[in-house]
Design a protein around this ligand. Structure first.
Ligand code: GDP
Ligand code: ZN
Length: 358
């Protein structure tokens, strides 16, 4: 194996040099999808530090996607609101951002308010990084470079300012993944700075796996009536009940529904589709449509429920790549062949799927 940033290696030393003899097995890797093949950015990561700010403002949609991606790669996450100096304690702006981030704190994520500029919260962040290998994630302009420099106490120097500004000024921009050892007492903290991973647009989650990465659903999902409940329209869903009873934040549940839909349609961000390979495109299309092989075979009650409830989304997903025969077969499945086979009255509620323009 070629060594990459974060690898642990066995070395043999002689008088003046050291030779890498072996790359030790990796606990984890962070992979970025590229046009041709996936690029392994770094190894043995423990923690993703998601840096947010109010200027530029963050969006919950982005936060939820990062949390899903990180969980799917077995990475811990800490949410860091940088530029806390812009929302002084006690101000209305501070309350507003506290309320937004409390949603994440409530479900078990650590949230820190820091200011790279004025120093607030930096020591808490530093102690959180001790003994671990972490990576900075977050949109451009939130202050990741500033934070890195501050934590480096003069020993780290990366260029601050937005990319276009940096380009205009002709300053050096790091394009490689670098591991920095933070100065300080106690267990060593390693911080990885990787321009390639900053946006974290890594997306390897299938729609049916998504629910496993909304960590607050898990204790309730165990008690859903169906073991493969997707927490959408299924009866006896304990996750939905938990939302109604205030045990799962409704914002997160809505976010789950939105991301699920997008994954099903295979249209997660247009910028992403450019990163997919042709076979990945084919796979997405396959998932978004009802597979040929499934047509004619009986569908489970849940599948029928999901299909019925999201007809207009299916219609959308089919656009451009579903043939007339498939639509016709679906109509049959949904209106005749499975009439009341599930015994839950789904067939009774069925309408004819619209096939206009599909
Ligand atoms: P990056 O793109 O995430 O690396 O962001 P930079 O570190 O380049 O910072 C972007 C801008 O935000 C710069 O103009 C910084 O001076 C500013 N900035 C960074 N941290 C803070 C902070 O804690 N408070 C304030 N007010 N501005 C900050
Ligand atoms: Zn459920």
């Amino acid at each position: 194996m070629e060594p990459i940033v974060g690898d642990e290696v066995k070395i043999r030393t002689s008088d003046a040099e050291a030779v890498v003899e072996e790359v030790l097995p990796r606990r984890s890797t962070l992979i970025r999808r590229q046009t041709m093949k996936p690029q392994v950015l770094c190894a043995n990561l423990d923690l993703a530090v998601l840096v947010l700010s109010t200027e530029p403002n963050f969006s919950e949609g982005m936060v939820d996607r990062v949390l899903v991606s990180a969980h799917a790669q077995s990475l811990d996450v800490v949410l860091v609101l940088n530029k806390a100096d812009l929302v002084p304690r006690g101000s209305e702006a501070r309350h507003r951002v506290e309320r937004r981030l409390f949603v994440y704190e409530k479900i078990g994520y650590k949230v820190l308010f820091v200011s790279a500029l004025e120093g607030e919260g930096l020591e808490d962040l530093r102690s959180l990084l001790g003994g671990r290998t972490s990576i900075l994630v977050g949109n451009s302009g939130v202050g990741k470079s500033c934070l890195l420099n501050k934590l480096g106490q003069g020993q780290i120097e990366v260029t601050v300012g937005d990319i276009s500004e940096k380009l205009k000024l002709g300053r050096h921009i790091t394009t490689t993944t670098t591991m920095h050892r933070l100065p300080g007492e106690g267990p060593p903290a390693f911080l990885i700075d990787s321009p390639g991973a900053r946006r974290f647009s890594i997306w390897d989650v299938k729609p049916e796996e998504l629910k496993e990465h909304f960590i607050e659903f898990i204790p309730f999902a165990r008690h859903c009536k169906f073991s493969d409940c997707r927490h959408l329209q299924e009866p006896g869903c304990m996750v939905k009940q938990a939302v109604e009873e205030g045990d799962v934040p409704p914002e997160r549940y809505m976010s789950y529904q939105r991301i699920y839909q997008v994954l099903l349609e295979g249209t997660e961000g247009s910028f992403r589709s450019a990163l997919w390979t042709e076979s990945e495109h084919a796979e997405k299309r396959k998932r978004a449509s009802v597979r040929e092989a499934d047509i004619g075979a009986p569908l489970s009650a849940i599948e029928i429920a999901v299909l019925r409830s999201s007809l207009h989304h299916l219609h959308h997903a089919f656009k451009g790549f579903c043939c007339k025969d498939s639509l016709r077969s679906m109509e049959l499945i949904m209106t005749d062949e499975n009439k009341d086979t599930d015994g839950m009255g789904y067939a009774a509620a069925a309408g004819k799927p619209k096939s206009d323009g599909g």
